[in-house]
Design a protein around this ligand. Structure first.
Ligand code: ADP
Ligand code: ZN
Ligand code: ZN
Length: 665
């Protein structure tokens, strides 16, 4: 009897299982390898899947088996280590392997295009030899430690205040790995992948650098991916999804600003690129460097437990000094449109000294509230549990959650009085206030609205580098990663939202943001000062942060987390359910809760409770939080319960996702 063979495939569908097909006619199955793409009929469509294995048995009845249409590759497009990473991630985050694998491929490959590599004709640029810096002792020690780990796994935490020369450490360490013929992967937060970042790496190394940024065309992205796979690109710089890039000979991974929230994907497949970087380094036996001025509490705890090796750069490199903090109490004084007299005076002084001032307000638009001065009616989004934000240029009301827009109403929707007014301060309004106060000073506003167009952020950054004296204002976009040597004064208009939030990570994020913002000040020869406006100057966390710095602040937060049994001392997963009827979502999550009963001793379950934003795009959003002292207990429960969920009676009415290690709860 002929031996029958079947192709076992991972297909890009949400179904968490593999699919068996008959091989295409006349195909030599001996030539097949896992990781090759196969095109197959699926329901009424065709899909491009990835071959897992060739098997000789299947549980599918013969008459139901379909025949695959074609095998698209002569060699695997998913290389063994990426394959392994995807399998691990699909299991850990409980996501469909087929979708994970598809997400790991450039769009063109996902659609079935050929993986044809076109070697570059361009020769890599010649080294410009900017002056070589003399590294300080901590920098030298850090570089030596990283280089010693060549060829085996080690996670490093490079903890260095802003401007302490972390990037210099990356560059020196990279030089050694490149010298040895290895490739380097550098992961950066979304906001940092600017032409300057790429140029800084390119000016050091006369090698091909593949930068995986959002303005690449699909063709360019595929070629960049192939350059890494073929070993032509020696350095790959990219945001979180670059963790899935294949390499011919990867030697080192760097995760810059490891605490940054953009490493966590917040929709569909909710992975954390930093954590995957560590898994990949472990599997490939190579070092990974996590760098930050404000490490996440997870990473700090791992360093404390000596799972990661701790490398510190305690001082600013060269002549730059760390900025001073000044806490401004705005509880008693009347603050005119967000700016206290103290801060206004400081702005005038710093401008008079021909310096730049940076003002930070984490609220875009003109005013967060549009309301009736007669009856206090407020315009709310019809589809979300949120207020419409007033935008002045162009005039409209806009929901920042679902992007719904409407014309600015003249009359109140409740009492019909012509008494509608914007209240509260957003970046657009701040810009207007400043324009009145400082009419002859250039104002440069950086937020999502002012940078929507391609190249707009770059233009604004260029302008910042051109103008000696200017006021820069913006949201957290302005806070991260950039180097603005002319800034000597930073003003944080409202530090309070982080101190009193329902989210347990809010204080950590506030601290990171304040230090990142302050890290923009006084990076060159000129010393900097940071004014923080608050209604709670006595708040112990704020005192600790501004008085003693990030380390003591983080230790205090860690102690609080330990006390309250919160991550990183425990492990979280959240089921997020959305439905048009609140009760459907509620019943669905309550059923999951019931399924957790056999695991009661190992887990605690909170909810269902409405999400922070209880209604979004017309859907009611509820969460069920699962908490465990051991990761393995959490994983066991999730593994057991997930296959049952689609059969729950409420399932058809509910859209749900699972978020393992959620960043927002
Ligand atoms: P970080 O990445 O920690 O913010 P950078 O590596 O960007 O810091 O360094 C900040 C500035 O200090 C840069 O202008 C860099 O050229 C300079 N720098 C770094 N190391 C040294 C050093 N050892 N001596 C003098 N200047 C240095
Ligand atoms: Zn009214
Ligand atoms: Zn909305």
């Amino acid at each position: 009897m002929l031996k029958q063979t079947f192709l076992r495939l991972a297909l890009p569908t949400p179904l968490r299982r593999l699919f068996d097909y008959l091989p295409p006619q006349l195909l030599d199955v001996k030539a097949l390898l896992p990781g090759m793409r196969v095109r197959v009929p699926f329901q009424s469509r065709t899909l491009v899947g990835v071959l897992m294995e060739v098997v000789s048995e299947t549980s599918i009845p013969y008459e139901k088996l379909k025949t695959a249409l074609e095998v698209l590759d002569e060699r695997p497009v998913v290389m063994p280590d990426v394959f392994q990473l995807c399998q691990w991630a699909a299991a850990y985050y409980h996501y469909s392997l087929g979708e994970v694998l598809a997400g790991a491929l450039p769009t063109l490959l996902r659609k079935g295009a050929a993986a044809t590599f076109k070697p570059s004709v361009e020769t890599p640029p010649v080294l410009s030899e900017e002056p070589v810096l003399c590294m300080n002792t901590p920098q030298q020690q850090a570089v030596a430690a990283i280089c010693e780990s060549q060829g085996h796994y080690q996670t490093f935490l490079l903890d260095g205040v802003t401007g302490s020369g972390k990037t210099e450490v990356y560059l020196r360490a990279m030089a050694a790995f490149l010298q040895a013929g290895q490739q380097v992967l550098v992961l950066v937060p979304e906001i940092s992948l600017t032409p300057q970042t790429i140029a800084r790496f390119q000016s050091r190394f006369p090698v091909v650098i593949a930068a995986l940024h959002s303005s690449l065309t699909e063709k360019q992205r595929l070629q960049a991916w192939l350059k890494a796979r073929e070993g032509e690109a020696k350095i790959v710089i990219g945001t979180r999804s670059a963790i899935f890039t294949p390499f011919a000979n990867l030697g080192l991974i760097i995760v810059d600003e490891e605490h940054d929230g953009s490493f966590k994907q917040q929709d569909r497949f909710r992975y954390h690129a930093r954590d995957l970087a560590i898994m990949r380094a472990n599997a490939l036996q190579l070092p990974v460097v996590l760098g930050s001025a404000t490490p996440s509490l997870e990473t700090l705890l791992n360093a404390e437990r000596e799972r990661y090796r701790y490398l510190a750069l305690p001082e600013r490199a060269g002549v730059a000094e760390l900025p001073r903090f000044q806490v401004v109490d705005v509880g008693q004084t009347v603050v005119e449109e967000g700016l206290s007299d103290t801060l206004l005076q400081a702005i005038s002084d710093h401008l008079a000294a021909n310096n730049q001032v940076m003002l930070f307000l984490n609220r875009r638009g003109f005013s967060p509230v549009y309301y009736c001065t007669e009856c206090a009616w407020i315009v709310e989004c019809k589809r979300c549990d949120a207020r419409m934000v007033y935008h002045k240029t162009p005039p409209r009301l806009q929901c920042h959650h679902c992007d719904a827009r409407m014309q600015v109403p003249v009359k109140c929707g409740a009492c019909h009085a012509s008494a509608m007014q914007p209240v509260g301060l957003g970046t657009q309004r701040l810009e207007q206030v400043l324009a009145r106060r400082f009419p002859d000073v250039p104002l440069i506003r950086v937020d999502r609205d002012s940078t929507r167009q391609k190249g707009a952020l770059q233009d604004l950054l260029d302008q910042i580098h051109r103008e000696p004296r200017a006021i820069l204002l913006g949201t957290q976009m302005l806070a991260k990663g950039h180097h603005f040597p002319q800034v000597t004064l930073v003003g944080v208009l409202d530090a309070d939202s982080g101190l009193f939030s329902a989210d347990f990570r809010a204080a950590e994020q506030m601290g990171q943001l304040l230090l990142q913002v302050s890290g923009r000040a006084g990076r060159a020869e000129k010393p900097g000062v940071v004014f923080i406006q608050t209604r709670h100057p006595e708040h112990p966390l704020l005192q600790l942060l501004t008085g003693q710095g990030y380390q003591p602040f983080a230790r205090k937060l860690l102690a609080e987390r330990a006390h309250a049994w919160l991550p990183p001392y425990t492990y979280f997963a959240v089921f997020r359910a959305e439905a048009y009827s609140q009760s459907a979502a509620d019943i669905f999550l309550t059923n999951i809760r019931a399924l957790s009963r056999p695991y009661q001793s190992a887990l605690s379950v909170l909810g269902p409770v409405p999400a922070l934003l209880a209604k979004r795009k017309g859907l009611h959003c509820l969460n069920l939080l699962i908490k465990a002292k051991k990761r393995s207990h959490l994983q066991q429960f999730l593994g057991a319960v997930l296959p049952q969920l689609d059969k729950l009676p409420a399932a058809p009415a509910v859209k749900w996702v699972l978020d393992v290690d959620p960043v927002e709860v």
